[in-house]
Design a protein around this ligand. Sequence first.
Ligand SMILES: Nc1nc2c(ncn2[C@@H]2O[C@H](COP(=O)(O)OP(=O)(O)OP(=O)(O)O)[C@@H](O)[C@H]2O)c(=O)[nH]1
Ligand SMILES: [Mg+2]
Length: 288
Amino acid sequence: MTRCGTIVLAGRPNAGKSSLLNALVGEHLAIVSPKPQSTRLPVVGLLTRDDTQYIFTDSPGLLEPEYQLHVAMRAAALRAIDDAEVIAYLHPLAEHPAPALTQVAKLDRAPRAPIVTVYTKSDLAPSTNLYQPPQPPATSSVVVSAVTREGLDALLATLRPHLPEGPFHYDPEEMATQPTRFFAAEFIREAAFELLHEELPYSVAVEIDEFREAAEPLYIRAVVYVERASQKGIVIGDGGRTIKALGQAARVKIEALLDAHVFLELHVKVLPKWRRRDASLKRLGYAR
Ligand SMILES: Nc1nc2c(ncn2[C@@H]2O[C@H](COP(=O)(O)OP(=O)(O)OP(=O)(O)O)[C@@H](O)[C@H]2O)c(=O)[nH]1
Ligand SMILES: [Mg+2]
């Protein structure tokens, strides 16, 4: 009998959720950044191994909301936690032990699904006896590194019994469920996290205006939104230098995922205070 089910990757910002999703799936699907709060929407990654189909959902970091976008991110993370058959609760090994998820997520009561505590970035943790395996009957925990791939097989083995018996939901060859244009917009945002500083990456949102994949190179036109006119100038840069570099970096990422040449055209526009406005968040796909 095959098994198939959803596993949410949850935890504080920067815990390594997106990196772990990518390592498990074997493809760069979810954007990663040393800057916290890079994930704004859940990203689904599929892994089918032997008789088991793992449906992983990378979720936004659990944070204390400061503005409307945060409220939407937290809501999306809590929905993903609610919907999952098992919760992989990520916490950096260097900051062992992990506080209770109920506390981190400020939940009124413990989540319905079982929790597997996943200690991340083991390659960064000092090798002194920091990690003491929990004594039963504590919840199960696994130590992983998305970089060295340590612990990934152990994690899969720990998750597997929590997944319901039943048929696969997706073709075993599939890795993603979201449309290509979603990933295109995300990779432009990832480039913004790499090339822009301080508050700017947080003020950037991306909307795909046109996506033509009938002929190669694929043609993608996107709008990079910022919140203020002064930010627009910085994102464009001297003689368009910054937006050009951003476009190049994003194009390479999109081409790697699609395995096709891409012509990417970016325009920078101002959408005033979009992070604080419900209508803008809805339009950008961040809020319901
Ligand atoms: N050395 C090392 N770095 C890691 C590992 N996993 C993640 N990182 C780094 O930690 C930072 C955060 O990783 P992300 O995967 O973006 O973390 P996240 O939990 O998705 O963060 P948010 O989406 O912002 O909540 C990045 O700089 C990653 O490269 C790991 O196993 N080893
Ligand atoms: Mg992330």
